[in-house]
Design a protein. Structure first.
Length: 296
């Protein structure tokens, strides 16, 4: 689960020169979310994507290092957005008109892996935000923003009060939300400057926007410190861990079986059919033995 979350939260980047394949891939149950893209050349060829053929000094002087295509982001969105993986050959024809013929170009792309199913919650400044998942599921934070975005928030309308619309965000909001809520079944936090600091100018209204998903991978959840410990006799306390351990083991086995079936439906169907066939054969053998014994 920790490895899965680290892959989801990671910012990926990849590059490919002209004539090479670019390949983007995300882990299971996530899809590609393109963040930014660049196609062209802004550094000399000896620093990135050198030419495959030897060039004279005069040719290198003519190399265009201020060359870019404005359609690269849209092309990457068309090719890879919301897919688990994508691969294509990089060349100038793919991006339309070549802005610098004769200059070797390259593609740079930055992307994240977004969960297929996720939830979004917003809390206005000084309000309490509560996240929760169903039983046997835990919270996995995807992104968190505390401050004021350019588009604002429908839940927290912006009241100007003479202040201009300025975008400002806390740099530690994501880390704080992961620390408070990661791996827990429920958590709560106030959308206040006491928790996140004040990334904006005084007087600017802020809000907290959290995107998260509920993962059914079993983990050891921390004990809720708000609940008072239950007093029990020595006999009951000695028996309780056995029951809890048995229930957790059964739950883990059920979740593991469910995960195996969802990820390998063909193999699970084959095992099921094989089990039924073996059961029928054993039943037939038992009937034959019983009839033969009666006959004897």
């Amino acid at each position: 689960f920790a490895g899965y979350i680290s892959q989801v939260l990671k910012n990926y980047s990849d590059h490919a020169c002209d004539g090479e394949y670019v390949s983007l891939r995300c882990p299971h149950r996530t899809t590609i979310s393109i963040q930014s893209s660049f196609y062209g050349r802004i550094v000399p060829s000896h620093q990135l994507c050198p030419s495959r053929y030897p060039h004279s000094y005069a040719t290198l002087i003519k190399e265009d290092v201020a060359c870019s295509v404005g359609t690269s982001l849209q092309k990457m969105l068309d090719e890879c957005q919301d897919r688990r993986s994508c691969q294509f050959l990089v060349n100038s024809r793919l991006f339309g008109t070549d802005p610098c013929p004769g200059t070797g170009k390259y593609l740079l792309v930055w992307y994240k892996c977004r969960p297929n199913e996720y939830k979004s919650k917003v809390a206005c400044e000084d309000d309490k935000l509560r996240l929760s998942c169903k039983k046997s599921m835990v919270i996995a934070i995807y992104s968190a923003i505390f401050g004021r975005t350019q588009g604002g928030s429908l839940e927290c309308p912006y009241q100007s009060l003479g202040m201009p619309m300025i975008e400002c965000q806390s740099a530690t909001a994501l880390q704080l939300m992961i620390k408070r809520c990661h791996g827990k079944r429920s958590c709560s936090i106030y959308a206040s400057t006491y928790e996140f600091g004040d990334p904006c100018y005084p007087g600017i209204q802020k809000h907290l926007n959290v995107i998260y998903t509920c993962d059914n991978t079993p983990v050891l959840l921390p004990v809720d410190e708000t609940e008072a410990p239950a007093l029990s006799s020595s006999s009951s306390s000695s028996m309780e861990p056995v029951g809890v351990g048995t229930e957790m083991a059964l739950l883990s086995n059920l979740l593991a079986a469910y995960a195996f079936i969802t990820e390998n439906p063909e193999r699970a169907a084959l095992y099921f059919v094989s089990g039924v066939c073996i059961g029928l054969v054993l039943t037939l053998l038992a009937l034959v033995l019983r009839v033969s014994c009666r006959t004897d």
